[in-house]
Write a protein that binds this ligand. Structure first.
Ligand SMILES: Cc1cc2nc3c(=O)[nH]c(=O)nc-3n(C[C@H](O)[C@H](O)[C@H](O)COP(=O)(O)OP(=O)(O)OC[C@H]3O[C@@H](n4cnc5c(N)ncnc54)[C@H](O)[C@@H]3O)c2cc1C
Length: 308
């Protein structure tokens, strides 16, 4: 590892945090150390980093701002790469928007709406970066970010650029077919609207959010995807789990699909709540809940196979 550290330090222009606790980089405030958290300065930096990681067989994990990730307390034996510090360019020309992945959703929504472009209003208040939102196909109340994407630029694990048109990527409910590639930037196209309508839609969305979500506490948003015809929150509530606590982790009393870190919750506390919820909902409704949040530092299939 020392040799790799030297190699990386020799070429990398961006910021590196070695042996960095991931709890500082997740909205949950949970997670042990990663080998390094790295913020490439530009595409050249990123490409060299990915090539080195591949050559040295180092695991990599891309993050935006960690608002949809549960990280294991044992940490992650690899490089965590985020574009959130330097890939911040956003250009608007009439109804066309070019946006780099490190731009925060809040700025993106603000820029679009202040240019009288409609579509992003319901994502007001969604934390995270535009890159993370595209990977997750973030959405709210029937709208999804992919509705407005035209083209995406990515980098693969060989450090090469790939450009795909929207129709070459599959998007679904909190799903995109983008797997091992890092989204660098995207082109969007929106419709024009008038400021009054846009203001109304924004206000409606932020009121809905304030009324239904426990925004005062640390969380990663909805833990499970809504199964067909049901809301996961409703099923969790009806399974009697609202307010259930393990250590400092709690299933929110306000929105049962939000699991909260009330102070010093461990990943294990959240895992226990996840497994308990899956078990109870299966028993009561014969429905298998699927995780919406992403996980880091757990064995593949851990959440599918583990029973309590
Ligand atoms: C209070 C709260 C409310 C929320 N409300 C909503 C909501 O209404 N709707 C909704 O959809 N989500 C919601 N979320 C979840 C979360 O905010 C979104 O999924 C967000 O888009 C994630 O962005 P991020 O940058 O934090 O991604 P991260 O959490 O860092 O990463 C999420 C996933 O994206 C991948 N990823 C991140 N950046 C890139 C990139 N550049 N290229 C490739 N892959 C990448 C990661 O590997 C990971 O798999 C909420 C979360 C919170 C805490």
């Amino acid at each position: 590892m020392l040799e790799t550290k030297k190699i990386v330090q020799n070429f990398f222009k961006g910021k590196i945090l070695w042996n960095e606790p991931m709890k500082k980089h997740t909205s949950f405030g949970i997670g042990g150390p990663a080998l390094a958290v790295m913020y490439p300065e530009d595409e050249f930096d990123l490409s060299n980093l990915l090539k080195t990681a591949k050559k040295k067989k180092i695991n990599i994990y891309f993050t935006g701002s960690g608002s949809n990730i549960l990280v294991n307390d044992k940490g992650f034996n690899g490089f965590v790469i985020s574009l959130s510090k330097s890939f911040k360019k956003i250009d608007i020309l009439k109804n066309k928007v070019f946006c780099e992945s490190g731009v925060m959703m809040g700025s993106f929504v603000k820029k679009c709406t202040s240019n009288n472009l409609t579509g992003m209003e319901s994502l007001i208040g969604v934390p995270g970066t535009v890159g993370g939102a595209i990977k997750m196909n973030a959405g709210a109340w029937g709208m999804e970010i992919s509705n407005y994407i035209k083209k995406i630029k990515m980098m693969n694990s060989d450090g090469e650029i790939i450009e795909l048109e929207k129709n070459e990527i599959e998007f679904g409910y909190r799903f995109s077919s983008i797997k091992n590639d890092l989204i660098i930037s995207s082109n969007f196209e929106f419709k024009n609207s008038n400021p009054e309508n846009i203001k109304k839609l924004k206000l409606k969305a932020s009121n809905n959010r304030k009324n239904s979500q426990p925004l005062k506490f640390r969380s990663a948003g909805s833990v499970f995807k809504n199964p067909k015809n049901f809301s996961a929150g409703y099923l969790i509530d009806k399974a009697g789990l609202k307010g259930m606590r393990v250590g400092d982790a709690e299933i929110s009393k306000k929105h049962a699909n939000f699991f909260l870190n009330l102070g010093n919750a461990s990943s294990n506390d959240i895992v226990k709540l996840i497994l308990l919820t899956k078990k109870k909902v299966k028993e009561k409704f014969d429905i298998n809940l699927e995780l919406e949040i992403k996980t880091m530092g757990f064995k593949e299939d851990f959440f599918k196979n583990e029973i309590i």
